[in-house]
Design a protein around this ligand. Sequence first.
Ligand code: SAM
Ligand code: DTB
Ligand code: SF4
Length: 327
Amino acid sequence: MADLKNNWTFDEIKSIYNKPLLELIYDAATVNRMSHKFGEVQVCTLLSVKTGGCPEDCAYCPQAARYNTGLKAHKLLDTKEVLEKAQDAKNSGSTRFCMGAAWREVRDNKDFDRVLDMVKGVNQIGLEVCCTMGMLTEEQAQKLKEAGLYAYNHNLDTSEEHYDKVITTRSYKDRLNTIGNVRNAGISVCSGGIIGMGESHDARIGMIHTLSTLPQHPESVPVNALVAVEGTPLEEMKRVSVFDMVRMIATVRITMPKTMVRLSAGRLDMPVTEQALCFMAGANSIFAGDKLLTTPNPSFTDDMAMFDLLGLTPREAFKQEPTEQLV
Ligand code: SAM
Ligand code: DTB
Ligand code: SF4
């Protein structure tokens, strides 16, 4: 196995991203075969444990209080309800359970104590437990780790240059800082972004550059296609082309061979033929279940039919992730 490389230059990544498409897919598939069981795809479940009313201004997000998206907000769910949903997810074959909260940051209060209980419970069910709840301090990350948190998702969303066209209420540096706190607490890092927000190809390459030159590659990189939600500033954005998704996924796969590349939001609008290209290009995880956090997703039955058709096999939980030191 080749050593992981974390001194990529922007130009090196750009020349990968710009390869002729079929050559790019072929290269990414080759890297994927060397680092992962080919055709193995992890099935994950999302649950919004606290929905809407968020003070941030993320231009893509239906949960930001300042946009009128008609979303029904709710406070933090009860632990019991969350654990029932986690058990259902496990029963239907999911191996990772990600709880999302529409918070700017985690605060040290009763809600956080409840989140710690949820984390303990989901861990006991035998699922990889992940949270995505905004900014975290190192102490909070440590407490989550002690409660059994396996992974934390905190996306860069886009490149540093494009960032302030999407979010102004917190900085790129804040994001990197939270990612560092998660890493230092020994929690698996999940960080990626969204394409289709009007960004340039260079912005996409720039985000991959930042992720792949972190001291250690994130164990997971979600690649989301924007779900353009009515009422958000990005409501008019056109659906991103599958070829752009494939370029993005393949470049992430080649630059960070051992990372789980998660084909996240946007699958509802992608026929199986398009999703197949994404798996060929190195995506090895999906979110299953008919809802992401707040927007619709393909049904579990449709996804299982896709697994059958493409000969994909579900990945087991807690399979060794890349933790070795980089060159
Ligand atoms: N509030 C927390 C935060 O921002 O970190 C956690 C939840 S937030 C919904 C998690 C991620 O979902 C965002 O960083 C973004 O990448 C993704 N996301 C949100 N809305 C989306 C949309 N409409 N289309 C695609 N991805 C989206
Ligand atoms: C990620 O990068 N994508 C997932 C997960 N991390 C939390 C969330 C996608 C959300 C899509 C919009 C919604 O359903 O609200
Ligand atoms: Fe809030 Fe997260 Fe949505 Fe931004 S992405 S508005 S922080 S819930």
